[in-house]
Design a protein around this ligand. Structure first.
Ligand code: HEM
Length: 405
């Protein structure tokens, strides 16, 4: 498990392992939904679920399916034990899940998140101004990536003077090797281990300081929640989870939105002034190019999955990106329709583990897109060779150079 890819290692399906395959996995999903909506893949030794109903039931049946990778057979979990991320709500089943999630729930409700809007707008405006004045810029590096990182830093309570350090750790954790060589890969791996260690030390110190010197920030709230009584490791895991789960996902929601909107002046025109049009567009991006394409579960009990029997300890990949294109649920699913309503996508999951940060992600997307399209009339993607994000479940592109009008 790496910091940027916090799910257990499940090898990637062969069909998606090329650049083209992972940039556009949708034709493969379509074939799988028709030929084998639930199947056991002998090569990867996991179950794959592709249908909307199947994905929804896997994500929400906590009795049969666990999020805790420690339920996997021992030989598949060796790398995971060291990370504090495994002790977070994302990888904990009920009933303990409730204690870990409740500490932050009220801070992430839509009305609490709405208070962050002025800060998000300020952070966005600074970045948009600078980027747009250049005429051509990398939408990922200059906007989609820094905005969520700075927002989460402010929310947690990282003081302004530490923000550059914080962002540089975060940059290293999501970086790609600068060349495709084994040496470059090892170098980056060492840098990432070091960044992870420093970031963890930083959070440990911050947690300690907030114990004696409470502030008006999320770390203080969580540290002083006596009902939950999080351990040191759980507190550290919580901070790391927000950083990892909240950033790469939102970055890719934003860049996926730009891929959906290129060459479509109509929705772009409406985004700047019409809040309903803007939120429908964002929901459709979430459905059409879901930032999280897949999530993992482990069978706890013998269970029926689309007429087949799953046995305890077996892994299951719920293909969210495929569920969101299922024609049994969505009319013309392969069409990007920014006016689609209702839109019952499962991009934020379903059930107990439904994304805690969904209101924040929606607000960030709304602010960034409205600020950008308030200043520009249109844009063009200027890179022909987009590279998919190197992850087995996050969907987006590494960089997105655009020219703005
Ligand atoms: C577009 C952006 C985002 C997408 C697509 C997304 C997607 C998801 C999905 C699919 C899950 C469910 C995983 C499962 O069922 O096991 C999830 C859970 C979670 N997300 Fe997000 N997420 C996004 C943004 C955020 C943000 C901004 C934050 C926080 C700052 C966040 C924090 C979390 C947390 C803490 C969980 C675990 C909830 C639990 O286990 O109870 N996410 N997210």
């Amino acid at each position: 498990m790496s910091a940027a890819d916090p799910q257990p290692i499940v090898t990637f399906p062969e069909a998606l392992s090329t650049r083209e395959g992972w940039l556009e996995p949708f034709p493969w999903y379509d074939r799988m939904r028709r030929e084998s909506p639930v199947r056991y893949d002998d090569d990867r030794e996991v179950w794959d679920v592709f249908s909307y109903d199947g994905v929804k039931s896997v994500l929400s049946d906590d009795d049969a399916f666990s999020v805790d990778p420690m339920n996997l057979p021992e030989e598949r979990t060796t790398e995971m034990e060291e990370s504090p991320m495994t002790e977070t709500m994302l990888f904990t089943d009920p009933p303990d899940h409730r204690r870990l999630r409740a500490v932050a729930e009220s801070e992430f409700r839509p009305n609490a998140v709405a208070d962050l809007e002025p800060a998000i707008r300020r952070i966005t405006q600074e970045r948009v101004e600078e980027a747009v004045s250049e005429g051509e810029f990398d939408f990922v590096a200059d906007l989609a990536y820094p905005v969520p990182v700075i927002v989460i830093a402010e929310l947690l309570g990282v003081p302004p003077e530490d923000r550059d350090r914080f962002k540089s750790w975060s940059d290293t954790l999501v970086a790609r090797p600068d060349e495709e060589t084994r040496e470059a890969f090892r170098r980056l791996q060492r840098e990432q281990e070091q960044a992870l260690e420093e970031l963890q030390e930083y959070f440990v110190e911050m947690i300690e300081r907030r114990r004696t010197d409470p502030r008006d920030d999320l770390i203080t709230t969580v540290v002083h929640d006596e009902g939950a009584a999080l351990t040191e490791r759980e507190l550290l895991g919580f901070c790391m989870l927000l950083l990892v789960a909240g950033n790469i996902t939102t970055t890719n929601l934003l860049s996926n939105a730009m891929r959906c909107l290129e060459g479509r002046p109509e929705p772009i025109g409406r985004i700047a002034e019409d809040g309903t049009a803007r939120s429908r567009t964002i929901e459709e991006v979430l459905r059409y190019r879901s930032p999280v394409q897949a999530f993992f579960r482990v069978a706890k009990a013998e269970a029926d999955l689309g007429g087949q029997t799953v046995t305890p300890g077996e892994g299951i990949v719920a293909w969210i990106g495929s569920a969101n294109r299922d024609p049994a649920t969505f009319d013309e699913p392969e069409e990007f329709d920014p006016t689609r309503s209702p839109n019952q996508h499962v991009a934020f999951g379903h059930g107990t583990h439904y994304c805690l940060g969904a209101p924040l992600a929606r607000l960030e997307a709304s602010v960034v897109l409205s600020e950008l399209f308030d200043r520009i009339d249109g844009f063009e993607i200027v890179d022909e060779e987009l590279q998919p994000v190197r992850s087995s479940f996050i969907y987006g592109v590494e960089s997105l150079p655009i020219a703005v009008e």
